[in-house]
Design a binder for this molecule. Structure first.
Ligand SMILES: Nc1ncnc2c1ncn2[C@@H]1O[C@H](COP(=O)(O)OP(=O)(O)OP(=O)(O)O)[C@@H](O)[C@H]1O
Length: 360
């Protein structure tokens, strides 16, 4: 044990036709999303971290070494909790007894998370006496997460925890996951191939392709990179953490302030001043003007500097990174617009943001 914060995950392993080769230094808290298309190796990486898949490499979590040249802590001795796609609750035990199962097996001095806390974080109070077969899929998954947390792990590994749920259940469970993100001090590694889930939950993102890491970094920075093929996908865009500074009720608008500017957001009376709101601005919803035209309908007009124009990703499309103050955005422009407006890196322009979506 040393006092180094953060997670080191460095692994090489292979199956016929597939090789995983990653070397990651990840944050020691918050949600890190492992993101990529099906088959890129996300689950294999998570299983290597847990020790469920044997691989050469190094794994340490906040100074606690689980694997290196000399050490390989067996799976059952690693202080981790693993939540799978399908909640596997004990069918003959009530929710309460399911929850207490792991808690009672954790020595008293190691218990950092207690039943009342998880009950509250995951909204389980009214379900405590139910049997698992009387729970919805989303409720079952919340109980599975709560049960995992009650072993007071040093890290929570979640492998596509929402993928077995329908769209409504996914929406219902999200606020609980956000509460966990904001309440837990342990790191959460979250495997997903859903851009929407990642946008909503992650603080840090690791993008994978064919067993390799193609990009990693804080969510905002990484989504604004222009060298990623995902930048051309329809839901490509940046995530910005804002705080509501002004509400204009008569217009149903709220002003979300961020480090270096603000964005007007549609509000149905559900936003309050001081509230933190995570918003998404899609690359396809940004256009560029050389001057701040007052005679147009777009509410969000933000001064920005063109940081990078990547015009070779797709024919006719110039993925353009812009920076407003210190906040990066990415816009999908046509190469014709770039030429017509004579846009250049370093140039000051105005970003017209057509739409801002709340993701919280
Ligand atoms: N036990 C195994 N034996 C052989 N090949 C395997 C095994 N497990 C996974 N693979 C292969 O390794 C590759 C990576 O699989 P993995 O499950 O890690 O991907 P993934 O990104 O998690 O995919 P998904 O999002 O579909 O779950 C795939 O090509 C898969 O077929």
């Amino acid at each position: 044990m040393n006092d180094k914060r953060g997670i080191t995950a460095c692994f090489r392993c292979s199956y016929p036709g597939f090789e995983l080769d990653v070397n990651l230094q990840l944050p020691g808290q918050g949600v890190t999303a492992l993101f990529g298309h099906s088959g890129c190796g996300k689950t294999t990486l998570l299983r290597c971290m847990a020790g469920l898949q044997s691989a050469d490499g190094v794994m340490s979590v906040n100074g606690d070494i689980w694997q290196d040249e000399k050490t390989c802590v067996p799976v059952h001795r690693r202080p981790l909790a693993y939540v799978f796609q399908d909640a596997s609750l004990f069918p003959h035990l009530s929710v309460r007894k399911n929850l207490l199962y792991g808690y009672r097996r954790t020595p008293g001095q190691q218990r950092k998370i207690h039943p009342e806390q998880v009950e509250q974080w995951l909204g389980l109070s009214h379900l405590m006496n139910r049997m698992p077969d009387r729970l919805s899929g989303g409720e079952r998954q919340r109980v599975a997460i709560a049960r995992a947390l009650l072993t007071s792990p040093g890290v929570l590994l979640m492998d596509e925890p929402l993928s077995a749920l329908d769209q409504n259940s996914k929406q219902d469970i999200m606020p609980y996951l956000e509460t966990l993100r904001d309440s837990l001090s342990m790191p959460i590694l979250y495997v997903s191939h859903s851009a929407a889930e990642v946008a909503r939950l992650a603080d840090y993102i690791v993008m994978m392709d064919n067993g390799r890491v193609t990009a990693e970094g804080p969510l905002q920075e990484t989504l604004a990179r222009t060298d990623q093929p995902f930048g051309l996908e329809d839901d490509a865009g940046v995530i910005i953490n804002t705080t509501i500074g002004v509400i204009e009720e008569q217009w149903h608008l709220a002003r979300g302030d961020f480090d270096s500017g603000h964005l007007w957001i549609r509000s149905n009376g559900n936003l309050t001043k001081g509230q933190s709101v995570r918003v998404q601005v899609l690359a396809r919803d940004i256009s560029i003007a050389l001057n701040p035209h007052p005679d147009q309908s777009i509410q969000n007009l933000i001064p920005a500097r063109i940081d990078q124009i990547a015009d070779d990703i797709s024919p006719g499309i110039a993925l353009t990174r812009l920076v407003a103050g210190t906040t990066p955005f990415v816009a999908r422009l046509t190469t014709r617009s770039v030429e017509t407006l004579a846009l250049k890196e370093g140039q000051q322009v105005w970003m017209q943001v057509k739409s801002v979506a709340i993701v919280d």
